[in-house]
Design a protein around this ligand. Sequence first.
Ligand code: SAM
Ligand code: SF4
Length: 484
Amino acid sequence: MAIIKVGKEDLKERDSALKELSEYFSALSVTKGRDITYNVRTYGCQLNESDSEKLCGMLQQMGLKEVTGDTSADIIIFNTCAVRENAEDRLFGNLGIVKADKKSDKDKIIGVCGCMTKVPENVEKIKKSFPYVDLVFDPQQLHLFPVFLRDSIGRKKQLVNISAEDYIVDDSLVPINRKRKFRALVPIMYGCNNFCTYCIVPYARGRERSRDLSEIVEELNRLADQGYKEVMLLGQNVNSYKGANGERFPAVLEAAAKIKGFNRIRFMSSHPKDISTEIVDMVAENPNIETHLHLPLQSGSDRILKLMNRPYNREDYLKTAHYFREKVPNGAISTDIIVGFPGETEEDFLGTLEVVKECAFDSAFTFQYSKRPGTKAASMEDQIPHDVVTERFGRLLELQNDLAYKSNQAKIGKTEEILIEGQSSTAPDILTGRTMSNHLVNFTIPEALKLPGKTADDYEGMLCDVKFTSARPYSVDGEMVKLK
Ligand code: SAM
Ligand code: SF4
């Protein structure tokens, strides 16, 4: 599989498609007497969210207006995930729902992209069962979306374009419609070479390819100038970053930390096999690097880690976790754990519970193993029965919920800086935000600190100090004591 670098010259056809589509949609808008709208639906991880911001940026450049939440949009793009089977089930369910809308409006366009399209069985299913989907393309070719969209309009047959190559595109050439006023997602690398035996990502996202450091720094400087307070440096394994001149991840983190204006530099994911004490030291020493480490454990059993092709052991993992706790005392560690990997015994699972307890994870994404076609683990013997997996999963959740609650309780009485994310989804007079350590906080604003004439949403992106008063299993409650 080749890796192809895409520059300005290579995007000429994309640019002319963008222009043609602007003209087409402008004429359609006149005919229909209203705005032409789009809705990009995102499944999965932050890298998918970042891809969706690019799709939205291109659609915006065509003069379309974003609508969210319903199926009324003129263009609906499903940006899918294939990491677990339930994401696929959700997509197929939603494709069924939009069928009637598509039937009643011949101008409506439905597209599917994202990791799922790299699994041939999924593409076959879309061709066979959802022929009204207009276009299907893979995440490697996101930059060519306008070309595919243009070519699909007026075409009788479904357009399917899945590449065998991996592309690395100068991201400054792709318009981005960032979803958050304060947080910018910045992929520093794409793809993965690790081939953990359960994981579809290396097949779906292709080989590892890193953006040039100079290009990343230019983007970060632009974001700081635009007033972004938080950046999230993204990659399947940020520690594998390798710039054109051999630069490694610490160089990216250092460059980001030096840029004035960023209050929080977040990064994920770190692979336990590659993370160095240097990164932890940088977290401890730089006040604008988050005091949070996302370090996926997957399993606490050395035997299972080996079967998973995760080249570290329980002892290595614990060493890193303890080093982080020692160097970053007010920090937080989060993790990913898979329960029920093929061959997992009760003893293996108890090993996982032990590591979870010892690390006292502040939060965790816990998953039941999902068999992914084409991965090595899918053909392993000794797949674990569903009832055993759910029973173990319940025990893990109980333990982890207790640890998360304790982590939140430990905040009570303290005052910390919060970056405000907006209004709480459950109560209009409560704001929500995060600490430097990524703890979720819901808080009230006393009358004296309220900004006259402002709604809760106007506080998005502002910084404030919050005194924590009580804890919940997944969040901390508090009261604002100072708006900055
Ligand atoms: N690159 C990241 C890393 O290695 O930590 C993870 C990316 S993956 C999108 C996010 C998480 O999904 C993984 O850490 C793993 O816990 C989970 N995952 C991946 N494949 C899975 C599978 N087949 N079944 C269950 N969970 C899975
Ligand atoms: Fe998947 Fe492993 Fe790569 Fe993470 S490191 S994306 S779990 S193959």
